[in-house]
Design a binder for this molecule. Structure first.
Ligand code: ASP
Length: 300
């Protein structure tokens, strides 16, 4: 089974349809990988690439711009069977950072590469680099212009439409019983150059261990990082909590400790899933033998 998210925030009415379409297409494509006997690791990569390619989301082309008007991307992938992981931070010339993260996982003794070193590693391993302009779209140039007019950090409404959290993520369970997780993001709008959020940090925005669970989060990254939220949640599942309960508790913990907001998806090796958010909406889709389900809200 494959479960994906496409961000948790106050997704406005006119953006609901593209979000649903995007998460559903990603889940369907990844399901084909699993159906053919592919690994959970390959399935999550497929799902995340599909969403990085979709300009609806804050990942790959079409991501938020940083203060300098540049796209700066972070991504992480983790394999629950082996605990191998690969992450990139602050890359500016990679169209699909999740592919670079996966290359790190499979072909490097290291776990995390940032900036120019990450791009060099990617290029040396067959990933073509692009110009930063190729990743920038007009909608985001306009969005940054608007954000700069306001003092973004002081904005009163934490769920206002400009506070979008359109990061993407995926968790999967394959026929071998292995789970994996991936998260990819352009981070937050108008971020300082060099800022890294939770998404690509191991245990914060993404985690996978066959003994506990595969987890991907989205939302305001700084509080999630401080709480190492993905690992916190996986640990709950390891100590016996059902994934859905752990997901809800994670959001409660995030809100009560640091007034954080966001969403989370989980799968364990028994195929049990958890989906929760404390934002008005979260785009998600799940695909199993029984078919595909997608939604914009999880009740409770
Ligand atoms: N968590 C991401 C970050 O803070 C943003 C998001 O989820 O949309 O970089």
């Amino acid at each position: 089974m494959i479960l994906v998210h496409g961000g948790a925030w106050a997704i406005p009415e006119d953006m609901v349809e593209p979000h649903l379409r995007g998460v559903k297409a990603a889940a369907d494509e990844a399901w084909q990988v699993l159906r053919r006997g592919g690994s959970s690791l390959d399935a999550i990569e497929t799902a995340v690439v599909a969403m990085e390619e979709d300009e609806t989301f804050d990942a790959g082309r079409g991501s938020f711009l940083n203060m300098d008007g540049r796209v700066q991307l972070d991504a992480l992938v983790m394999d629950g069977a082996t605990l191998r992981a690969g992450g990139v931070g602050c890359v500016e010339h990679i169209r699909n950072p999740i592919r670079a993260a996966k290359k790190i996982l499979t072909e490097s003794p290291h776990v995390y590469f940032v900036g120019a070193g990450a791009e060099r590693f990617a290029q040396e391993h067959g990933i073509e680099l692009c110009s930063n302009d190729d990743l920038v779209i007009e909608r985001e140039v306009e969005r940054l212009r608007e954000a700069k007019k306001q003092d973004y950090l002081q904005m009163p409404d934490e769920f206002g439409p400009t506070r979008s959290h359109d990061t993407v993520g995926a968790v999967a369970l394959d026929a071998e019983g292995n789970i994996a997780a991936a998260t990819s993001t352009g981070g937050t709008l108008n971020k300082a150059p060099g800022r890294v959020g939770d998404s690509s940090l191991i245990g914060c925005g993404c985690y996978a261990d066959n003994r506990s669970a595969a987890v991907s989060t989205t939302g305001w990254g700084e509080p999630m990082m401080k709480l190492v939220l993905a690992k916190w949640t996986a640990d709950r599942v390891e100590s016996g909590q059902a994934p859905q309960e752990a997901a809800q508790q994670a959001l409660y913990y995030l809100k009560s400790r640091l007034n954080g907001h966001g969403g989370i998806i989980i799968v364990d090796t028994r195929g049990r899933i958890g989906i929760a958010h404390n934002t008005p909406r979260m785009a998600w889709a799940v695909c199993t033998k029984q078919g595909t389900k997608a939604g914009i809200v999880i009740e409770g």
